[in-house]
Design a protein around this ligand. Structure first.
Ligand code: XMP
Length: 509
């Protein structure tokens, strides 16, 4: 598929460049600086973006331009470090600077191909030490700031562009327009739409799977549910979707997922394993030990089910909802080139002999949501908050017992339903209730109570790596608190968590 390839020089924004290009409906992937010309051809690269990076081009071992890149006529957009590399390689001069320029700058003047159609004040986000002092022959300076005389340069005839600032970040509000001009200059097709992603994935699944069968574990989350829909479209009843109900999901969620998938024609094999999970968790208080017990039990249950199903005819593939960020991360944050699939297929015993199928390997989370929409998954299921694999077990602090789990399910349901009712669900990235081991004294009517304390937590975030506590309206919190205390008799106190991440984490365990 025609693509734009982003070369990762270690900038924290590399992934963002890829995201922005995909927002412009261009298929874009990340590669390392040692990407070969053959690999670029294989990727059908129609242009290359060089990312920023923390190094100086003069430093020992500083990463270089991809071999042979300048011998091709591929359009190049070189950002920050990339611009300095490009300038140096083409005979310009780069000035090493001991101080970093960091923050917003206003372009004093701008023009040239990348700024066509851009009007008014241009605020640019700068984060660099070195800068280009003399542009290479054939290049024209197209923007400057008070501090940076060469903030942008271009060789229009060869479609090579340099930007000292970062067009990919939101702090450069008109940056997307600049990226769009580059996309236009490359002529790469802009057809990376949900419908296209689905068609493409369906075609490649069909080709790889042939007449074989595929096993899929469905957790109840958005990714695996969407994957189920996609695989069903691709191979119909040769998909064997297994839903292991751990009993640790939200109230009624297992039924809801099953109904939704059946409603869309996907027949689920549902394994009710709640008893097994609860017995594996008995007596365990340590959070990590709980996670391990759940992981082990999941694999045992799933492997047993897989064996049973294998007996009814060989299943060759196991599908997994691996996403592009996982792929990038497992490559150590440096490009996604030629990453091997995990040997340990989903943690399952080797003797099951599955081959791994990962149709979402090139997708970001929000693209999965678009795919879900294209495949007809109902909005309230599609837009659900992230939910951890170990489920509510890590929100019942200490030992998980059936009674405590049930209390938490009811509290959680009141909280999340109220968020939807008050139209606050989408304003939060994740919301959860925690059942604490604290009991405190209260008064209900004429009676003294001595019951549980629950904590409510709602956060805003982009990717869960950092988060801030959501400023939910006091009136809303008051309503939820009284609903909980009035309907869940085991609880007499509700607190709201006002800790950001860091230093807190989102989950309490
Ligand atoms: P923390 O608590 O680390 O959570 O701030 C960040 C995000 O990860 C989720 N999370 C998990 N997801 N298995 C998962 O699949 C886990 O063991 C796990 N622990 C935390 C959490 O819900 C949040 O979205």
């Amino acid at each position: 598929m025609p693509s734009l390839v982003v070369i990762d020089y270690g900038s924290q924004y590399t992934r963002l460049i890829t995201r922005r290009l995909r927002e412009l409906q261009v298929f874009s992937v990340i590669e390392t600086p040692d990407v070969t010309p053959e690999r670029l051809r294989e990727l059908d690269a129609r242009g290359v973006v060089l990312s920023g990076g923390p190094q100086s081009v003069y430093a020992d071992g500083a990463p270089q331009l991809p071999a042979g890149l300048l011998d091709t006529d591929l359009p190049v957009l070189a950002i920050c470090y990339g611009m300095q590399l490009l300038a140096r390689a083409l005979g310009g001069e780069v000035e090493a600077s001991p101080v970093r320029e960091y923050g917003k700058a206003v372009l004093a003047e701008y023009g040239g191909a990348l700024f066509e159609g851009v009007e008014g004040e241009f605020v640019a986000w700068m984060s660099h030490g070195d800068s280009v002092k003399v542009p290479p022959p054939g290049f024209e300076v197209t923007a400057r700031t008070g501090d940076t005389p060469i903030a942008a340069m271009e060789d229009r005839a060869r479609a090579r562009f340099g930007l000292q600032f970062h067009p990919e970040v939101r702090h450069t509000p008109k940056g997307l327009q600049v990226l769009e001009r580059f996309v236009e200059a490359t002529g790469v097709p802009r057809d990376w739409t949900a419908a296209h992603i689905v068609d493409d994935a369906v075609a490649s699944v069909r080709e790889r799977v042939g007449d074989e069968r595929v096993l899929l574990g469905i957790s109840g989350g958005v990714d695996s549910t969407t994957l189920g829909l996609l695989l069903h479209r691709a191979i119909g009843e040769r998909l064997v979707p297994v839903f292991v109900d751990t009993g640790l999901l939200r109230l009624g969620e297992g039924d809801e997922v099953e109904r939704a998938l059946r409603g869309l024609g996907v027949p689920l094999v549902r394994v009710d394993a709640a008893e097994r999970f609860l017995s594996a968790l008995r007596g365990i208080e340590d959070p990590e030990a709980k996670r391990k017990a759940i992981g082990r039990t999941f694999i045992d249950v799933f492997a047993a089910e897989a064996r049973r199903l294998q007996a009814g005819g060989t299943i060759r593939f196991l599908a997994q909802g691996t996403l592009y960020p996982d792929v990038i991360e497992s490559a150590g944050g440096h490009g996604a080139a030629n990453i091997k699939s995990h040997h340990n297929v989903g943690g399952l015993p080797e003797d099951l002999g599955f081959e791994l199928l990962e149709p979402f390997r090139t997708l970001f989370k929000d693209e999965v949501r678009e795919v879900a929409e294209a495949l007809g998954l109902a909005p309230h299921l599609r837009d659900r908050h992230p939910f951890p694999g170990p489920g509510l077990a890590i929100r019942v602090l200490g030992e998980v017992t059936p009674e405590r789990l049930e209390v938490l399910q009811r509290v959680d349901d009141l909280f999340v339903s109220a968020l939807r009712e008050f139209d606050l669900y989408r304003d939060t990235w994740q919301a959860l209730a925690v059942l604490t081991p604290i009991r405190s004294v209260g008064v209900m009517g004429d009676n003294r109570t001595y019951a549980h304390t629950v904590a409510l937590r709602a956060v805003t975030s982009v990717d869960g790596m950092t988060a801030d506590w959501a400023r939910l309206p006091h009136e809303f919190l008051a309503t939820v608190s009284s609903r909980i205390v009035n309907t869940v008799s085991e609880v007499n106190r509700v607190v709201y968590d006002v800790t950001s991440k860091p230093p807190g984490t989102i989950e309490w365990e």
